[in-house]
Design a protein around this ligand. Structure first.
Ligand code: F3S
Length: 277
């Protein structure tokens, strides 16, 4: 069986940057998981003593708090600073951008529409930068239910599909005189998505590697499934099942933006072993 990696996959700029920042801040703690990958979080703990705390009250004056790639709500950032915690910001600059846009557009009197998942940490953070006139929608249908003022500004979660964002923007344009559109979808996501789209048209089985909570990995899996029905989302080699590769000739592989290379290498070795058995 032929095994091929997508042309673009795995760690993005924002995740590489966050890991470097964490490694440079030994004996610290991240507030919330730094990235959506439990294995990498364990490595940072074991090799650099970078702990993980989900509870903001565990941070005391003088502690180092590393802020996760997805960012945190504005109020929590202020709270940490007010307690004299040393805040080291590893928020991805592509996430900081929509935060700033929300703040600025809100101040200018725009209603803010965010296309994303309200429960996702990135969106909780982005939303906190707007005033009370902010609405999160997860689909075009939800846009129909909104009652907005005249001036609307719209941003998207960094990992969303551009086609779905275009649908949402189109609906807002049809009903509002002034719509300010900001393309906040991240290029790293585009590159990995384009590569998966291409590869899954050729492969007869696709393996997408990444954390179960990783939004961009789920998107990659969803695209792969559009073209290749036998597409599977796994976290590590332990999730692989031999039956997936029976009678297959071409296995395509991709990985989400927070999946480290060593996990991908282990998966490839395991698939090679299955294929040769
Ligand atoms: Fe940032 Fe894009 Fe990665 S938003 S964390 S560079 S997927």
């Amino acid at each position: 069986m032929k095994i091929q990696l997508a042309e673009s996959y795995g760690f993005c700029f924002g995740v590489k940057r966050a890991i470097k920042i964490a490694e440079e801040n030994k004996n610290s703690a991240t507030y919330g998981p730094l990235i959506h990958n439990a294995n990498e979080i364990d490595r940072l703990k074991n090799d650099f003593n970078v702990a993980l705390s989900e509870n903001i009250n565990t941070f005391k004056a003088g502690d180092i708090a590393v802020i996760r790639t997805h960012g945190i709500p504005k109020q929590e950032l202020s709270l940490l600073k007010s307690r004299a915690v040393n805040v080291v910001d590893a928020t991805c600059p592509y996430v900081t951008k929509p935060q700033q846009i929300c703040e600025e557009m809100s101040a200018q009197g725009y209603d803010i529409v965010i296309f994303g998942d309200e429960a996702h940490p990135e969106i909780k953070g982005v939303k906190s930068y707007a005033d009370e006139h902010v609405f999160v929608v997860n689909s075009g249908d939800e846009v129909d239910l909104l009652r907005l003022r005249e001036k609307v500004a719209v941003v998207a979660q960094t990992t969303r599909k551009i086609e779905e964002y275009q649908e949402i923007v189109g609906k807002l344009m049809a009903t509002h005189k002034e719509v300010r559109v900001f393309n906040t979808i991240c290029n790293a996501t585009f590159d990995n998505q384009d590569a998966v789209r291409k590869l899954s048209q050729e492969a007869d089985v696709m393996i997408i590697i990444g954390g179960k909570n990783s939004s961009n990995t789920k998107q990659l899996h969803s695209i792969a499934k559009d073209y290749c029905t036998d597409s599977y989302h796994i976290e590590s080699q332990d999730d692989l099942q031999e039956s997936w590769f029976k009678d297959k000739n071409f296995c395509g592989i991709s990985a989400g933006a927070s999946t480290p290379d060593w996990i991908i290498d282990d998966v490839i070795k395991r698939i090679q072993a299955i294929s040769n058995s």
